[in-house]
Design a protein around this ligand. Sequence first.
Ligand SMILES: [Zn+2]
Length: 397
Amino acid sequence: MTPRPLLLLVLLLAAPAQSAISHRPSAISVDSISVTHTFGEQMIFTLAAHSDAEITQATLLLRVGADSRTEVIGADLFPAPQIETQVTLDLQTQPIAPFADVFYSWRIADSSSETITTPEQTYLYEDNRFQWETVARGAVRAHWHSGDLAFGQSVADIGYESLNRASRLMDTSPPDQVDIYVYERLDDLQSGLRLGGRDWVAGHADPSLGVVLVNSYADTAALLELENTLAHELTHVLIYQIVQAGYDRMPVWLDEGIAVNSEPRPNAIFGDALTRAVETEAIIPLESLCGAFSIDSSRAILSYAESASLVRYIRDRWGPGAIRDLLTAYREGATCEGGLQRVLKVSFVELQTGWESDVLRASPLAAFLREAMPYVFVFGPVAVILAALLFAPKRKT
Ligand SMILES: [Zn+2]
């Protein structure tokens, strides 16, 4: 007897198995993927994987919020069939906007030239210094960390009303979702934002994320103030919806001017700042308001005041459609002055001169009429009807 036929049979059985191995899609398997972060400090991405061959490369592909750029970060590892590795982001040198969604996947390669890319995952960069509670109304989700459900619901209600009112004012539809985070202490809000000295910031919108951060607490006066803050910040979100990719380059005076004018109660501090600046001839040139406002608080307040007054002036002189046309021009990439020339047919200097003579240095009566004109239109007919009813000759019955 000879063993040869048996050996041949073994070889024949082994052959199909060999070919199945070479055709399978990948020998690399992912064992676990995880992310953790310490707010404002670091974010750690961890990967564990194994393969039939040595894993030689693990690369993190990372995108933050509405950013179109994908970062490619190689992880340190010793080639081995089984690996565990990490990528750590230093959030002090490379900050991420609070409550941004982080989108990531891993690309893994082994020595047999196999590669796999894991499906994209989403991780919320939450301010995890606090335990957040959430309640929703319409498109608004209110998150708070201090106070009871009644407080959280008040925030959601105020946010809902503010968003609808601002949408009507801007003649645009509300976004599908807006997240409002309420900090009990202003310090906590500011420390998360890396404001670079802008400690006058009391509210913040990240319009591309649909995220608004505000400071408030369960108190009647604070909730009244919240109506103004939310109207202002949610207006930024709506302006972003209209201007889209042009938002970062659009004039700050237009963005802030529209937002201040959507606040339901006028802030006296702005009127005072304008009056003082006219008296001391300290009006900031319009050209300087195209970019970020000053770190200095009194100059920042004057910047807001001028922006709001300019937007009212443009609305009065050119009509509300002009504001919408300006936003369209900036969405299409117009420069700060280019947008004015295209829509209003004026230069910086011409707009500034007209505004100063018609508004800032106008006679008190002219200024009063200009400010009161919208109310005359709204309430004028009502007043005429009331007068007719009150003073009409009465018949004796
Ligand atoms: Zn603002």
